[in-house]
Design a protein around this ligand. Structure first.
Ligand SMILES: Nc1ncnc2c1ncn2[C@@H]1O[C@H](COP(=O)(O)OP(=O)(O)O)[C@@H](O)[C@H]1O
Ligand SMILES: [Mg+2]
Length: 343
């Protein structure tokens, strides 16, 4: 490694930026998305003076702790491994792993999401990582995990340094016991408020699900995992099939071009349904069967003895098959179930 290429230096950051950007136009990305990516880089100057006031992809900007390197953090323990992992690959992960660590100088707990470069040969993965870093950096909301820094350790990994969320996934939280509607409203309001904020910045999450929402001990929600997120112009449609089957909107299943923000609303509707009932709205023994049930709009009715009419109404507004009639995040926030009766 040349001496000037020490991790954490500006030069290193530029190298990381180059590494991420070098082939950010994988063949599977549709033209509309490609143009989007390209124009965002071309328009960086313009974007950097946009309303958010910071550069969209500003690895040259110092993170919360300045320019850091991996040595500045001490690993505590592993907390998650990439989703494609099979038992034989333990420790290597699909892309790497997430660990709890401590920023030595401040003593702060952080989460490190480690992407092994050896697993990033696939250009789609690299493009996704680029989006994940860039989109998360543009987000500053109390209910979305914060990105503090992004480190390239040259030979092996790209590491996202994030706020550590001490809590459990919403899946675990909501499966442990039946939640009262008051509690559901409290949790879900935070989710929708984060989603509305992201959408206002042009960012759609595209993998909203119970596992990607963490709940802390005091009931604060933090959305994580912007690995599938995408930035679009308002109303712009995309066609890439992504997400998790049980949460996919019908227009995605049917392979139509879709507005990723409205697909987020559908996924959030699935989350709300689960919080209210402990079950998923569309049934099936396999992803294919679930997909069929979604495509045919076979929504399992909520039990009116257990779920209030207001909550059920919000679910239906979010799980409306026709995206042009579906609620937006802003409309959902105004709904009496979330606004506490003030609509
Ligand atoms: N900032 C964080 N704080 C605490 N735990 C986290 C954090 N980020 C991720 N995790 C844990 O690691 C798991 C995997 O992270 P995630 O970003 O969802 O990656 P992926 O789903 O792509 O593997 C999460 O489900 C969560 O349990
Ligand atoms: Mg995840």
């Amino acid at each position: 490694m040349p001496p000037q290429m020490k991790p954490g230096t500006t030069m290193m950051r530029n190298a990381l930026k180059k590494y991420l950007v070098s082939d950010s136009k994988p063949p599977v990305i549709r033209l509309s998305e490609q143009q989007n990516l390209t124009s965002r880089f071309q328009n960086r100057r313009q974007l950097s003076t946009s309303s958010r006031g910071t550069s969209v992809f500003s690895l040259k900007k110092e993170g919360k702790y300045g320019f850091t390197k991996l040595d500045d953090y001490e690993v505590v323990k592993s907390i998650g491994i990439g989703p494609l992992l099979n038992a034989a690959a333990i420790g290597k992960g699909a892309y790497g792993e997430v660990v709890e660590a401590v920023h030595k100088r401040s003593g702060d707990a952080v989460a490190l999401k480690i992407y092994a470069k050896s697993r990033m040969a696939d250009k789609t993965r690299k493009a996704n990582l680029l989006r994940e870093v860039r989109n998360l950096e543009a987000i500053n909301h109390p209910n979305v995990v914060k990105l503090y820094d992004c480190i390239d350790d040259v030979s092996k990994n790209v590491v996202m340094v994030m706020e550590f969320v001490r809590g459990v996934s919403l899946k675990r939280y909501a499966s442990a016991r039946r939640l009262s509607e008051k509690e559901v409203a409290h949790l879900f309001r935070q989710i929708v408020s984060a989603v509305a904020y992201c959408h206002s910045k042009g960012v759609a999450h595209r993998d909203l699900k119970l596992e990607n929402v963490l709940v802390t001990g005091n009931g604060t929600v933090k959305i994580i995992d912007l690995g599938f997120s995408i930035w679009t112009q308002r109303g712009q449609k995309v066609k890439i099939l992504c997400g998790t089957p049980a949460y996919m909107a019908p227009e995605i299943i049917k392979r139509y071009e879709y507005d990723p923000q409205l697909a987020d609303i559908w996924a959030a509707g699935v989350v709300l349904y689960y919080l209210l009932s402990g079950t998923f709205p569309f049934k099936g023994g396999s992803p294919e069967e679930i997909g069929k049930s979604i495509a045919e709009s076979k929504l399992a009715e909520l039990d009116s003895n257990k779920v209030s009419s207001g909550a059920a109404e919000l679910v239906r507004a979010m799980l409306t098959a026709d995206p042009s009639h579906r609620f937006t995040a802003f409309a959902a926030l105004q709904h009496p179930f979330l606004s506490g009766g003030k609509s």
